[in-house]
Design a binder for this molecule. Structure first.
Ligand SMILES: [Fe+2]
Ligand SMILES: [Fe+2]
Length: 258
């Protein structure tokens, strides 16, 4: 992808996000000693992206048999990340869904939710595998790490009554995807060519994921959701632009003693 190509891709993302990644975060992220944290956290974020999309399909769109087929698809990826079971190299062949998904009756948006989310899960699991390939090349061993405050900080504001719960979760999904896309683009010039090429290669799908989440939220709401989008945008920008003692892919302004 050329620079001008990806600049046009970033325009809607930068318009959607209410702040850009602080330079202090970039300064921390480009330090060689932080590469393991960035990559391990990135890998886990890809898995979590797949898990939350799968949760939405299972809860809102399909019957139990389809739900079980979805869980079976994810299992080897979860076994590797959470239980260190299996050989990561075999995961590339395991990224497939064993049956086609039909929406359960009474969900008018079901098919669209399934189609967009199944593609998203496939792509996130592919990204997960690509991060593992890079970790292998760089000799970075996988270890369990805690998650950052970011996703939790957004999801805690999700309403607890339907259909607003689903709409809020989709809006949060749009922000997480948009921020990841913005951060990959901002980080790319500061890392080596292998990583930079990888980060740039992710932009197109992450930009589409952001758009898909937002479109689904608008369709399902059937009304203007811009005030709610605005509210989540403020919460998101606060998480990104306030001090954060933890350092992760989606953390806020690093607190350093220097
Ligand atoms: Fe991804
Ligand atoms: Fe994504």
């Amino acid at each position: 992808m050329t620079i001008s190509n990806y600049q046009s891709l970033l325009e809607p993302i930068n318009g959607f996000l209410q702040c850009s990644t602080p330079d202090a975060w970039i300064a921390q992220a480009k330090r060689p000693e932080n590469l393991n944290i960035i990559l391990i956290d990135h890998m886990i974020c890809e898995l979590k992206a797949a898990q939350s999309a799968m949760f939405l399909i299972r809860k809102y769109a399909v019957d139990k048999a389809s739900g079980d087929a979805l869980l079976a698809w994810l299992k080897p990826f979860e076994d590797y990340a959470y239980r260190q079971e299996g050989d990561w190299r075999t995961l590339v062949e395991q990224n497939k869904l064993s049956k086609s998904m039909l929406p359960k009756s009474g969900t008018p948006y079901g098919q669209d939710l399934i189609d967009k989310m199944v593609l998203l899960i496939k792509e996130e699991l592919h990204h997960y595998y690509q991060v593992l390939e890079i970790m292998d090349e760089y000799g970075i061993a996988y270890e369990n790490i805690s998650s950052s405050r970011y996703a939790k900080g957004l999801l805690t504001h999700v309403t607890n009554h339907e259909p607003y719960t689903l709409i809020d979760k989709l809006i949060c999904g749009a922000y997480i995807e948009a921020r990841s896309c913005e951060r990959f683009a901002k980080l790319a010039p500061h890392v080596d060519k292998r990583l930079s090429d990888f980060y740039i290669s992710l932009l197109r799908s992450e930009a589409r994921h952001y758009q898909d989440y937002l479109t689904l939220a608008e369709q399902i709401a059937g009304q203007d959701i811009s005030p709610r989008v605005q509210q989540f945008g403020e919460i998101e920008a606060q998480l990104i632009s306030s001090e954060d003692s933890d350092f992760k892919f989606h953390s806020g302004v690093p607190v350093t003693n220097e």
